[in-house]
Design a protein around this ligand. Structure first.
Ligand code: 26Q
Length: 816
């Protein structure tokens, strides 16, 4: 099958004619939005051509298909990315230029689907990109949240959340598949009945919701392979209660509709934290049930009711526990609707499911109250009970009398449903997302399960798509790479290693530095346009961009800056290389301390800006509304990548990989994938500081942050500044809470549970060394930067997906 690429002239013609036909206007009088739509439709036509050309192939080849179930897919904008994957970016760029269209302005008209919080959602999006690039048949399944993650504004130093109504002008990339809608049932009670001499179960008096799918195409790079991201939207089956309506009860008549449709209304903004809200549980079952129903319908159409073949023809992957109700849902359908017995259904189910864990933070491990599960999903709860009964019986054989251990491993225990245990017990494999994280899963989080079946536990390190994060986001660097080492790295990212010898080539390093500078200029324009602030592209650009969470320790970063400020203020001769510290971070709206840290960052920013000498060397910017699109401009401009999590807490991190690939040098702890970045680049090309995960573990119980306070004058000083009015003259109590948490703890918890004060001194020394290296040994610095890009190929998600496929999914690439 050959689908020709459009030429520049064909692209121009298509855009012009779409403007005419859709909006009745010419290029010169079209609005930016109209132009965006016309270009998007042109690109979409090209993508969909490849979709039609390839769609029959999967059926014809009867290929096994992956369903990647995830409550989040943080895909980012599609238009520019599709131009890149069509391998036709230049033709598009020239066509737009010749039509007199300002490209970046038009790209920015595209609303970004904010269907995720952070790492977990973005990982799912990178995975889909790589699945298509590798021609592996897959469908991503998620919820079509009408409101994505909130937009963030900073007002008077505080975060303010605004709704993200990303669908208000429609979505050019999705196709509604109303023909594939399914019904999802909640509440009611379970009735037992006898059929063909067997006891069966059915749900009675339930509330039904319609799940309507919308598909977005994901084109593989240079591959003609299109997989779909399916987003499920909740629709009321009875749009309006006619009885109520006829009685004049207009509000009541539509109440039910509003209630039902709330399921796909909004994405919960908690990242690495569970909030046990019933609506969230509804969302999870809605996604799980709709996706499993569709997968089985699709299977049955091709293979008939040959359920024993199911594990050969499809595989489900649950992205963390959020969609794990898909496991009992498959059991339910196989038993209640397809007539299979428990043992057969269980065997098929276990062989169809795999699970990746993304967190070891206790407060993020999902547990639901049993009464909530029983009321909302009576039949699913029955199945969980039977699963748990059998599991505990088997565990008792393995661990006779060890009740405490069995309680830790059970699906139902202490009035809760333990979702991670459900996943480990009922799937074929449990995966960690980096080496250290996988070790912790094996040795701590799931040690009991691991002792029974160590084979089940895999460690496959995360990855990022170099197509979006290098080719699309950093075209200047991509071009430089092509000139130096050819373009094989585009299809084979590990070829980036060919760049290694260029690290010692002074002329090349110069070119590399010029690229970085041009990206800093681009970032400066972006920041001016978005928040009216100026940054100096001649300074070190030091970035910490990620969700705001105590374990990620943005607080340590800003306290480090405050220490530096004090040194400058105290000593008129103290100088450091001028640096711009950029923070990008959203805090969950209900996470009070995280929001206070944002305010603190902005207060330190003001303090520094007021001081004539300090402001020459330090500038702080809080970048508003950090999101995928902002990251695409921010990351290529960074010199320094801040990865400061308390060791043992960040499962992997993926931002760290994006920065590295774009030639930023990491300052970080031995945590998550930082460990593997360290292994790749070696100690001279990364700044490691702080406690190791083992040291952290050994310190619980004995650590006293007050000891640091007493012995380290600079640390004591910044703590006092939190409460003496230095930072908030109008309200000296503003940061008392942070002071208290660092020194005394709260609600019976330990003081400084993330070891901010403990690691602060070694962080400050590492930062000092880094600044000296940048300023005084700049050649060596650039060498580090080049080596970081050269060694980043292993962190391409194509490698990650190849490993998942080899070890877990066993899909065959489609022949196209
Ligand atoms: C669960 C229940 C109720 C409400 C919310 C949640 C919830 C939502 C999102 C829990 C966790 C998340 C997100 C977790 C996440 O993003 N984890 C990150 O996953 C990345 C990809 O593997 C890792 O690189 C990061 O280290 C990890 O923090």
């Amino acid at each position: 099958m050959i689908v020709e690429r459009l030429t520049k002239d064909q692209i121009k013609e298509s855009i012009v004619s779409k403007l005419q036909r859709h909006f009745g206007c010419e290029t010169s009088d079209a609005t930016d939005d109209q132009i965006y739509q016309a270009v998007a439709l042109t690109v979409r036509d090209e993508v969909m051509k490849r979709r039609t050309a390839s769609r029959g192939e999967r059926k014809r080849q009867q290929a096994k298909k992956l369903y990647y179930l995830s409550a989040e897919f943080l895909v980012g904008r599609a238009m520019h990315n599709n131009m890149v994957t069509l391998v036709n970016e230049n033709a598009y760029m020239e066509a737009l230029d010749e039509l007199g269209i300002e490209k970046s302005r038009i790209f920015e008209r595209e609303p970004e689907p904010g269907l995720g919080n952070g790492g977990l959602g973005r990982l799912a999006a990178c995975f889909l990109d790589s699945l298509s690039a590798l021609k592996l048949p897959a469908m991503g399944c998620t919820i079509r949240y009408e409101l994505g993650l909130f937009r963030q504004r900073i007002v008077d130093g505080f975060q303010v959340e605004l709704p993200d109504n990303w669908l208000k002008n429609g979505n050019s990339w999705e196709i509604c598949r109303a023909d594939q809608a399914v019904e999802v049932r909640f509440n009611g009670y379970v009735e037992e009945y006898v059929e063909d001499g067997r006891i069966k179960f059915r749900l009675m008096n339930y509330n039904a919701v319609q799940a309507v799918p919308y598909d977005m195409p994901v084109l593989g790079y240079d591959s003609n392979m299109v997989n779909m991201l399916r987003t499920w939207s909740a629709r009321s089956i009875t749009p309006i209660d006619m009885q109520e309506f006829n009685r004049g009860q207009y509000v009541a008549a539509t109440e039910d509709k509003e209630l039902v449709e709330a399921i796909s209304k909004v994405l919960y903004p908690e990242d690495n934290h569970k909030e046990g809200k019933e609506l969230r549980l509804k969302q999870q079952y809605f996604l799980s049930s709709a996706s499993v129903q569709y997968a089985l319908n699709d299977f049955e159409k091709t293979y008939g009711p040959n359920w024993h073949m199911l594990p050969d023809k499809l595989v489900f992957h649950v992205n963390d526990t959020h969609p794990s109700l898909a496991i009992p849902e498959l059991m339910r359908i196989l038993m209640d609707e397809k007539g299979l017995g428990w043992d057969e259904a269980e065997d098929i189910t276990r062989r169809c499911f795999n699970y990746t864990n993304h967190t070891v933070l206790q407060e993020a491990l999902e547990r639901w109250p049993q009464h909530m599960m029983r009321t909302l999903l009576p039949r699913i709860y029955m199945i969980l009970e039977e699963m748990n009964r059998r599991l505990c019986a088997a565990l008792f054989d393995a661990f006779p009398g060890q009740w405490e251990r069995i309680g830790r491993m059970a699906i139902l225990a202490y009035d809760q449903v333990h979702m991670a245990n459900l996943c480990v017990a009922m799937t074929s494999t449990t995966n960690g997302v980096s080496q250290i994280h996988s070790d912790i899963l094996r040795k701590q989080t799931f040690k009991d399960y691991c002792s029974l079946d160590p084979q089940k536990f895999l460690g496959i390190t995360n990855g990022i798509t170099h197509r979006r994060w290098l080719m699309q986001a950093n075209p200047a660097l991509a071009n430089l790479l092509n000139e130096a080492i050819g373009d094989s790295w585009r299809k084979n990212p590990q070829d980036l290693e060919k760049l290694l010898p260029f690290a010692d080539d002074a002329a090349f390093r110069d070119e590399f530095a010029k690229v970085k500078y041009s990206n800093k200029l681009r970032l400066a324009e972006f920041i001016t346009r978005n928040q009216g602030e100026a940054i100096d592209p001649n300074t070190i650009i030091d970035v910490q961009a990620k969700r705001l969470h105590e374990y990620k320790r943005q607080l340590m970063n800003i306290l480090g800056v405050l220490v530096l400020y004090n040194r400058i203020v105290d000593n008129p001769n103290y100088t450091v290389a001028p640096r711009t510290y950029i923070f990008g971070a959203k805090a969950s709206a209900g996470y009070y301390r995280a929001k206070l840290i944002i305010k603190l960052i902005n207060s330190v920013k003001e303090l520094v800006a007021r001081h004539p000498r300090a402001s020459q060397m330090i500038k702080i910017v809080f970048l508003q509304n950090y999101c995928v699109s902002a990251a695409e401009t921010l990351i290529p401009a960074a010199d320094v990548s801040e990865q400061l999590s308390t060791a043992g807490k960040e499962a992997s991190g993926t931002g760290n990989m994006k920065f590295m690939m774009n030639g930023a040098v990491t300052i970080g702890t031995m945590d998550g994938a930082n460990v593997e970045i360290f292994q790749q680049v070696g100690p001279e090309n990364i700044y490691i500081f702080g406690m190791s995960a083992d040291e952290v573990d050994a310190s619980y119980g004995s650590y006293r942050s007050s000891g640091i306070y007493e012995t380290m004058p600079e640390v004591r000083r910044v703590l006092e500044q939190l409460i003496d009015g230095t930072l908030s003259p109008d309200n000296p109590h503003m940061f008392q809470e942070l002071y208290h948490a660092l020194l005394f703890g709260d609600g019976g918890g330990m003081a400084d549970p993330y070891f901010v004060l403990k690691d602060l001194p070694s962080y400050i020394s590492a930062q000092y060394q880094l600044g000296e290296d940048y300023e005084k040994r700049h050649d060596l610095w650039l060498r580090k930067a080049v080596i970081n890009t050269a060694k980043s190929g292993i962190f391409a998600s194509d490698r990650t997906i190849a490993e998942y496929n080899e070890q877990i999914w066993h899909l065959n690439p489609l022949e196209l």
